[in-house]
Design a protein around this ligand. Structure first.
Ligand SMILES: [Zn+2]
Ligand SMILES: [Zn+2]
Ligand SMILES: [Zn+2]
Length: 256
């Protein structure tokens, strides 16, 4: 498996519009964070996890030519508002593309993008999607996928445990609290990616300190924090995070 980090920032993106803080004004390109999304490739099967508002730019930057399936973690705006750009892949691939999500996420997507896959307006260029409800573990290409339900208010978000052969990859980008059984399932994965918004407590996201605590319990071989806001400077994170935990950044590629 090969994971490309398309975006690693929180919902407003970094730099934040109109902000002059050191991270927003930083010259370090790793402090420029588009909205969080991931591209996972394995045996020529390409999975896109979430369609952030920046998806078009991300697809161009990383020369994404094919999307075999889309997975949604949840339907906050920062994870879905690039959904319309899936159209281009329908055109390239001349096929309908499956989109996987919880029952709640699919209902939201059908409400927000009510023109998707319908004939309401003839001739409209719209995404051609087959929605697939996630009800338990499933398989895409050669990757086994286990959905992981975590608290992310109001309600919940999904994270995913990807398994290909003996390689395991945990991805939980939005998380306010993680149930013990999810920590257990992720325990000892090869690579783990977890939400870490900032130092100050937040109603729906883990703080960096909470995230470090969970990552130390999960004890992956390699761990990365994601979904960071402008309170967190990349270089400072590199210096201060415990061994084995690193900040992710846009364009990071992790091979498993
Ligand atoms: Zn700022
Ligand atoms: Zn969210
Ligand atoms: Zn988010």
């Amino acid at each position: 498996m090969k994971a490309t980090f398309l975006g690693t920032g929180t919902s407003i993106g970094i730099p934040v519009i109109g902000c002059d803080c050191p991270v927003c004004r930083s010259e370090d390109p790793r402090n420029r964070r588009l909205r969080t999304g991931l591209f996972l490739e394995s045996d020529h099967f390409n999975i896109l996890i979430d369609t952030p508002p920046d998806f078009r730019e991300q697809a161009l930057t990383h020369n994404i030519r094919r999307v075999d399936a889309v997975l949604f973690t949840h339907t906050h705006a920062d994870h879905i508002f690039g959904f319309d750009d899936i159209r281009r892949f329908n055109t390239i691939q001349q096929s309908v593309i499956p989109a996987y999500g919880s029952r709640e996420s699919i209902a939201d997507l059908l409400r927000i993008f009510d023109y998707v896959g319908t004939e309401k307006v003839p001739g409209l260029y719209r995404p051609q999607i087959e929605f697939c409800e996630i009800t338990g573990p499933f398989k895409l290409g050669n990757i086994n996928i286990e959905p992981l339900r975590v608290e992310h208010g109001p309600g919940f978000a999904l994270g995913f445990l990807f398994r290909h052969g003996d390689q395991t990859f945990g991805y939980v980008p939005d998380c306010g609290a993680m149930p013990d059984e999810v920590v257990e399932k992720l325990s000892g994965v090869d690579v783990m990616v977890l939400d870490a918004l900032r130092h100050k407590p937040h109603r729906t996201h883990l703080t960096l300190e909470d995230s470090i605590g969970l990552l130390q319990r999960i004890a992956a071989k390699r761990s990365f924090v994601i979904h960071m806001c402008h309170d967190l400077d990349h270089e400072e994170l590199c210096r201060t995070l415990p061994d084995g935990i690193k900040p992710s950044f846009d364009g990071l590629v992790v091979e498993l």
